[in-house]
Design a binder for this molecule. Structure first.
Ligand SMILES: [Fe+2]
Length: 304
């Protein structure tokens, strides 16, 4: 389905593992969709189950309550094995279809079959990698039979030998592959804090914003001289400014999603406290206010 004809999903929350295993009540927190990590429900690649048998009823139960959007963490689609043999195709693809997701969002990370412990290894930003990765992205989208969108990564070091800017790299891949983007504004912000010369605003001016389908928001934590993408604090002011900028310029934007995996101002990062619920409510509410102010009546289209 063409991106233009997909209805807007609205403002939602990533229902990640931390939220699943918490006792945090999400009652009273308004959300239009839940973003779900396919990894959570997929069977191992060497098993006969595309979807874990006990996970299927959970997906069905969630779909009764909310529309679901599929996201993949460890798909290994940008490694070197045939795309048909990757976890993204063999496992995330059926999970995304079971969820009736309007698209599949992957991560623009390196990966391989031997290990999924590639997090968070960026691709090598070079011209030759654009050719290789764009071919794989196009193939993956064909295999999925639904739009594939790529999330820009937070990382701890650029891949050695990178010669071009990340935003140029991703833009060219999308144009060649006919794929789209999950623009993680906090990942851009975090990389701009950590890497000299990584300019968040130049990044936003470079990306063709008409290819942005979804946005991720989050907060993070500075530890010593590094800013971490821990999803454990309020969305920073600069990220809200970036959202404001993109909302004005992304005609095919369908969804804004908050990622939250704990609150840092607690004795334990993963401890579920009222503060965490307050943080989620605040940031989702602010995102919704901005979304509705920019889109007016159209903000409700397709909303649950
Ligand atoms: Fe993200």
């Amino acid at each position: 389905m063409a991106i233009e004809s997909i209805p807007r999903a609205g403002v939602g929350l990533q229902l990640n593992h931390t939220i699943f295993t918490s006792t945090l009540s999400l009652k009273g927190i308004q959300m239009d969709f839940g973003e779900v990590l396919c990894d959570t429900f997929a069977g191992p690649v060497d098993s006969c189950y595309a979807i874990e048998p006990e996970a299927r009823p959970v997906i069905d139960a969630m779909m009764e309550v909310l529309p679901l959007i599929a996201h993949g963490n460890y798909g290994a689609e940008f490694g070197f094995d045939p795309v048909e043999s990757t976890r993204a195709h063999l496992r995330h693809n059926p999970v995304a279809h079971a969820m009736k997701s309007p698209w599949y969002a992957d991560h623009m990370l390196f990966g391989d079959r031997a290990s999924s412990y590639m997090w968070s290894s960026p691709l090598q930003f070079t011209k030759s990698e654009i050719e290789r990765v764009a071919g794989r992205a196009a193939k993956l989208q064909d295999l999925f039979g639904m739009p594939v969108i790529h999330e820009n990564a937070f990382y701890y070091a650029p891949f050695p030998g990178s010669t071009i800017a990340e935003a140029d790299f991703i833009s060219e891949i999308m144009m060649k592959a006919g794929t789209h983007m999950l623009l993680d504004l906090h990942n851009i912000y975090a990389n701009s804090v950590n890497f000299e010369g990584y300019d968040a605003w130049k990044y936003l001016r470079t990306i063709p914003l008409d290819r942005v389908v979804e946005i991720h928001l989050a907060g993070g934590e500075p530890i010593e001289d590094w800013y971490h993408d821990f999803h454990n604090d309020y969305v920073p002011d600069e990220v809200w400014k970036m959202l404001d900028y993109v909302l004005d310029r992304a005609p095919n934007l369908k969804a804004v999603c908050l990622e939250a995996q704990g609150a840092r101002h607690t004795p334990s990062a993963k401890q579920v406290t009222p503060e965490w619920g307050k943080m989620i409510s605040h940031d989702l509410g602010k995102a919704r206010t901005m979304w509705e102010a920019k889109l007016g009546e159209a903000a409700r289209e397709g909303a649950h």
